[in-house]
Every structure is written in structure tokens, then in C-alpha cells.
Design a protein around this ligand. Structure first.
Ligand SMILES: [Cu+2]
Length: 154
């Protein structure tokens, strides 16, 4: 018996509501209680904060150059670094299962730096020793087509 009472009660309520609503509309629609904005959303840190610093940091870490390889080529063909100062190349190898490295040669072809082979996808920081002002090449020893220009100083 109780099973019948509840639907019946609801039906009566519905009818009463419909009657009260008058010509409000066809049928009675249940309006869920509007969710009050209970918790004020915690302001996320995107409120006109300075976007991630793109400028080369001059903090304790020194200069960090961003270099990436994709489709067996450098995504940056030109890099620049300060003279007579060690710096970091943050290398991002985006090529899955493809090894790349970074070798820096001076104008005479003398090898100034050789980073370890890195098989993508992987990122690595190369610590490059101080270089005298000048123009250098950075290459990948695996792929002869991967050649870029590193300008030091100036
Ligand atoms: Cu390569």
C-alpha cells in the first residue's frame, strides 16, 4: 500500500503546482534547487601574473639555451650565448627512438663540446664550458643534416 502512496502524493503535488502555476507552461517541471555558489573558487594563479619567464635567466643557474630536435632536424637553427661564460643547453629530443646529441665546433672545425647521445623522447641539460666570442656550429654527430649556428658574445 505504501508503495502507492508516494507516487500518488507526488502526483497530487504536481497537480497542485500545475494549478498554482496556471498558464505558466505545459506540464510541471521539477526545478532542482539552484546550486548556490557555495565555495568561492580559489583564484588560480592566472590573474595577470607574469607568464612563465621566457627570458634567459641570469640567476644562479646562468644562461639556459633551449634547443630541440624534431623530425631529425633542429627546431632552432641559431642560438646565442654569452662569451667566456659557461652555460646550459636544455636539449629536448622529441624524436621517439631516434638518438641525437649536440656537438659544438669552432670556426676551424675544432670540437669544443660534445654532449652525450640522447634517445627521444627525452630532455637533458648539457653543461657547456665557457667559449670565447665567435661563431660556432652546433651539430648532431648522428645526422649530418643537423647543423645550426651558435653565436657567442657580440
Ligand atoms: Cu641527430
Amino acid at each position: 500500500m505504501r508503495r502507492l502512496l508516494l507516487p500518488l502524493a507526488l502526483l497530487l503535488i504536481a497537480l497542485a503546482a500545475a494549478a498554482c502555476a496556471g498558464s505558466a507552461g505545459p506540464g510541471w517541471t521539477y526545478a532542482p534547487p539552484t546550486e548556490a555558489p557555495a565555495a568561492t573558487p580559489v583564484p588560480s594563479g592566472d590573474a595577470s601574473e607574469a607568464p612563465g619567464s621566457e627570458a634567459p635567466s641570469d640567476g644562479a643557474g646562468g644562461t639556459v639555451l633551449q634547443l630541440s630536435a624534431f623530425n631529425v632536424d633542429w627546431e632552432q637553427k641559431e642560438l646565442s650565448a654569452p662569451a667566456d661564460t659557461a652555460f646550459t643547453i636544455h636539449f629536448n629530443n622529441k624524436d621517439a627512438s631516434v638518438p641525437h646529441d649536440v656537438v659544438i665546433k669552432d670556426a676551424g672545425g675544432m670540437e669544443m663540446f660534445r654532449g652525450q647521445l640522447t634517445t627521444g623522447p627525452q630532455e637533458i641539460d648539457y653543461q657547456v664550458p665557457a667559449l670565447a666570442a665567435g661563431t660556432y656550429q652546433f651539430i648532431c654527430s648522428v645526422h649530418a643534416n643537423m647543423v645550426g649556428t651558435l653565436t657567442v658574445g657580440g
